[in-house]
Design a protein around this ligand. Structure first.
Ligand SMILES: Nc1ncnc2c1ncn2[C@@H]1O[C@H](COP(=O)(O)OP(=O)(O)OP(=O)(O)O)[C@@H](O)[C@H]1O
Ligand SMILES: [Mg+2]
Length: 366
């Protein structure tokens, strides 16, 4: 018997998140340990019928583990998965009403596109006429009708991935889990496939749990994002909530670009930082003496018109088509990123600038 680790000790304490919310898919205190490694801290979460939920987080944060627990490929150390109000603990993978799509779509190389897509229906013993009609409808849905007779090796990466999607959607599981399904594709194709997946989602009405570590992909595709870090759920919310109201410095830093100022709370409405005293958002109160303020690049303005300001020297101007970003070095060398407004003059490299923000455009995070 191995010695109890600190992870074991916390797991035996009463679980805090006991929230039992109704939903298509509910996880309650679900956790996974591999020996001394905690792959997922006991976590709770509810996914609504037809929702597109994205698990987003850095490598090793527990995203794949959570998917594996939901579909039953891996046995939970604690907690449970509930689908349509029924505990799935005793239900084997193939009997759960779940479809899976992974990054390395293992298509059968000796079967044609149509035969690959027919496979899950045949496995389920569906009659031949139903197989034929479903396969042709699904081929149309993923725009592959003209390639039905080809073998996987005769397809591009994007086409192969569409076959993998079709093979999942064809048997109409009510929940679909996707683990970085676009990870192997180039940027252009990725963006195209994002739109395809959103369309399939709309047309099928399926509940989707989607894994990515690409924050732009998560923002663009999701009804809600479940941000994960260190085997825990860091924040759960709509893309807008997480972007505009990050709860922690990690969330602010991981999603979008953030300027982060750490300082000491003055006990009132301001914090003292290495770059000056900054007013907190109206009504904001700090949890402790140490406080962290986040300001997005689009909320900084050139000039000292606002209630807070910092000085810097321009080190980089990045023209990105639809916007121009300025990166400046603050006095201690740390970077400041601001997005220019349409009327702003583009400053020169090495020019000294003042960047300001109105107090309510900043977010106080934990
Ligand atoms: N079978 C296993 N045995 C031991 N440790 C494991 C096992 N599977 C996962 N882990 C560990 O659990 C943690 C979470 O892994 P997981 O695969 O869920 O991360 P992830 O968020 O999917 O990362 P990535 O973005 O790299 O795919 C990692 O520290 C990993 O090393
Ligand atoms: Mg993974």
């Amino acid at each position: 018997m191995p010695m109890a680790t600190s992870a074991d000790m916390t797991a035996t304490e009463p679980k805090t998140a006991k929230l039992v919310v109704e939903g298509k898919l509910v996880i309650e205190g679900l956790g996974k340990r591999y020996g001394a490694t905690t792959a997922l801290e006991p976590s709770s979460l509810s996914v609504a019928e037809g929702e597109f939920l994205t698990l987003l987080g850095p490598s090793g944060s527990g995203k794949t583990t959570l998917l594996q627990l939901i579909c039953g490929l891996v046995e939970a150390s604690e907690g449970r998965v509930v689908i349509d109000g029924r505990d799935q603990s005793a239900t084997p993978v193939h009997q759960r009403d779940i479809g899976l799509v992974f990054q390395h779509y293992a298509l059968f190389p000796h079967l044609t596109v149509a035969e690959n897509i027919a496979f899950p229906l045949k496995m389920r013993g569906r009659p031949g006429s139903e197989v034929a009609s479903r396969v042709s409808a699904t081929l149309e849905m993923v725009h592959l009708g003209h390639l039905a007779g080809r073998f996987p090796r005769e397809l591009s990466g994007g086409q192969q991935q569409r076959v993998a999607l079709a093979r999942c959607f064809v048997y109409q599981p009510s929940i679909i889990l996707m683990d970085e399904p676009l990870g192997a594709l180039d940027k252009k194709l990725r963006e195209h496939m994002q739109i395809e997946i959103k369309r399939l989602h709309r047309e099928s009405g399926a509940t989707i749990v989607y894994v990515t570590h690409d924050q732009e992909e998560a923002l663009a595709m999701s009804d809600r994002i479940c941000l994960m870090n260190h085997a825990r759920i860091e924040q759960l919310g709509t893309p807008r909530e997480i972007y505009e109201r990050p709860r922690t410095a990690f969330a602010a830093d991981f999603i979008g670009i953030s300027n982060i100022f750490r300082g000491r709370w003055d006990g009132n409405g301001a914090i003292d930082t290495a770059h000056g005293r900054f007013a907190l958002p109206s009504g904001a109160r700090c949890q402790s003496k140490d406080a962290t303020l986040v300001i997005r690049p689009e909320n900084l303005r050139l000039g000292a018109r606002d209630d807070n300001a910092v000085n810097g020297r321009v080190s980089e101007v990045v023209y990105a088509g639809s916007e121009t970003r300025v990166i400046a070095a603050l006095d201690d060398g740390s970077p400041l990123v601001l997005r220019l407004g349409p009327d702003d003059l583009v400053p020169a490299i090495d020019e000294r600038i003042v960047a300001g923000w109105s107090r309510d455009k900043a977010v106080l995070v934990a």
